[in-house]
Design a protein around this ligand. Structure first.
Ligand SMILES: [Fe+2]
Length: 486
């Protein structure tokens, strides 16, 4: 009889059932082997010194020079207790430095008070989005719990590691060393500054920070100094990871995942109440007291695309819309367990239209999508193209491909690596005037080779696959968000 390894181990375990040997224990563990996507949430044990990536496919695009900074959790597990949710690992800043066809990679952890204290204890003890923490936590202010693990913005010779519930953490753009938490004004120290700032063409930056049914609206000048910070009332206290903007308006989407009771971890405070529907708050950038509220059927989301407004005042923006919060609550927890079925259905790219007569509607592209992005030069302005990761399935988490969706033609241009790659968010590096005249630069984890790769796609021909692929000698865990500094 040809026995599979699994059957053989089962048989061996049965034969020795009376005596639980170390071999039996190891055999049982082998049967619960990590999922093939487990590298996405692996721990990196130390900073990654600079190293070269090797060109393994295609030709380096001429003129592509700049740095892709990316942030995301890089360390979850410690002997005395671990993060139990994907959103709670220690922030790891990566820099993919592209220069005249050559690519270098380095990564350093955000040196936060949380990471310092937990390194000393060798235990994750700080409450987070989905991690309860324990009474060893030292949290006197928002930034004591700041994981600095979600996104990044460039600020001169610094990069700011962004989180959701506290301040930006300034790191050196040249060597990724941690400098300090950023206080935009003394009396606003530690105030939430979320992970998804929006950029006006003139360089003005908008961002929000949430506190129950109030939001602070941050307005920064192009040089990253504070212009104003104003508090606005929200129609409900709901979990909001992202917002969007047109040239004239801020758009806050209030999903029916609403505050229910105080508690830790943070996400446990919210209840999914689909009967409430989703509300969209539109606020005038020039006068934050001028507002309209639209009503839509219930959907969940993390990420919105840039919004635009036509001459009639009709507003459009895309959303990676979900059915419920199963992934946010349970899926992202199972990702860190690295085995088993990950709950939650993939999000779908949809377009929301807000009419001037108060009607709101939602149209589906039918495409599985996350991390919707668009030409940075058109932020807040009319556009047709959305870039997104694709290929996530209900039976397998995480994206396996990259795609563009054209809202004018209703056409997708998509490439899939298959299940051997986990594809991360792409940045758009414009070449010429048209939206498709651009490079799309995205890393992936090559699961078959056990390494991180960087790919450059031609935005006009995504389906052809990457025009160039560089490979590192190491795998970094999956990041969340990045920014290109040309
Ligand atoms: Fe995000």
């Amino acid at each position: 009889m040809l026995a599979s390894r699994r059957n053989f181990l089962m048989g061996a375990a049965a034969l020795s059932a009376a005596v639980i040997t170390p071999e039996t224990v190891r055999a049982m563990a082998a049967m619960q082997a990590s999922a093939d996507w487990a590298l996405a949430t692996a721990d990196l044990e130390a900073d990654l010194p600079p190293r070269a990536m090797r060109l393994v496919h295609g030709r380096a695009p001429e003129g592509l020079t700049g740095t892709l900074f990316r942030n995301g959790p890089g360390k979850f597990r410690r002997p005395g207790g671990s993060a139990t949710h994907w959103f709670d690992g220690d922030g790891l800043m990566r820099a993919f430095r592209v220069n005249d066809g050559r690519v270098g990679l380095e990564a350093r952890f955000a040196d936060t008070p949380k990471r310092r204290w937990e390194s000393e204890l060798d235990a994750v003890v700080t409450p987070g989005f989905g991690t309860a923490g324990d009474d060893r936590a030292r949290v006197g202010s928002n930034d004591d719990a700041n994981a600095a693990n979600t996104a990044v913005m460039v600020a001169g010779d610094e990069v700011w590691a962004l989180w959701e519930g506290g301040s930006p953490l300034a790191m050196s753009a040249s060597d990724l060393s941690t400098k300090r938490f950023v206080s935009l004004r003394d009396d606003l120290k530690g105030m939430p500054f979320q992970a998804h700032p929006r950029y006006d063409p003139d360089g003005t930056i908008w961002n929000i920070g949430l506190n129950g049914d109030k939001a602070v609206v941050w307005r920064l000048n192009a040089d990253r100094s504070l212009h104003t910070a104003q508090v606005v009332d929200l129609p409900r206290a709901s979990f909001m990871h992202d917002f969007t903007a047109t040239a004239r308006h801020l758009i806050l989407v209030l999903q029916p995942w609403v505050f229910d009771h105080r508690g830790m971890p943070y996400a446990s405070q919210f209840a999914w109440r689909p009967e409430l529907g989703t509300q969209v708050l539109v606020v005038d950038k020039a006068d934050l007291s001028r507002r309209r509220i639209y009503e839509l059927p219930a959907f969940s989301y993390f990420h919105l695309g840039d919004a635009w407004e036509d001459a009639s005042g009709t507003i459009r923006f895309d959303v990676a819309a979900g059915k419920d919060v199963a992934f946010a609550v349970d899926g992202a927890r199972v990702l860190v367990e690295q085995r088993g079925v990950v709950p939650g259905e993939p999000a779908v790219l949809k377009l929301i239209t807000l009419h001037t007569d108060g009607r709101a509607e939602m149209a589906s592209s039918g495409m599985t999508a996350e991390f919707p992005k668009s030409d940075p030069r058109r932020a807040g302005l009319p556009r047709r193209l959305t870039v997104h990761v694709s290929g996530e399935r209900a039976d397998r988490p995480l994206p396996t491909g990259l795609a563009t969706w054209d809202w004018d033609s209703g056409r997708a241009d998509a490439f899939s690596f298959g299940d051997t790659q986990i594809v991360e968010e792409a940045v758009i590096v414009p070449r010429g005037a048209d939206e498709t005249d651009a490079w799309l630069v995205a890393p992936s984890i090559n699961l078959a080779e056990g390494v991180t790769e960087l790919h450059a796609f031609d935005a006009a021909r995504v389906a052809d696959g990457p025009v160039a692929t560089w490979r590192a000698d190491v795998a970094l865990p999956a990041g969340f968000h990045g920014v290109w500094a040309g």
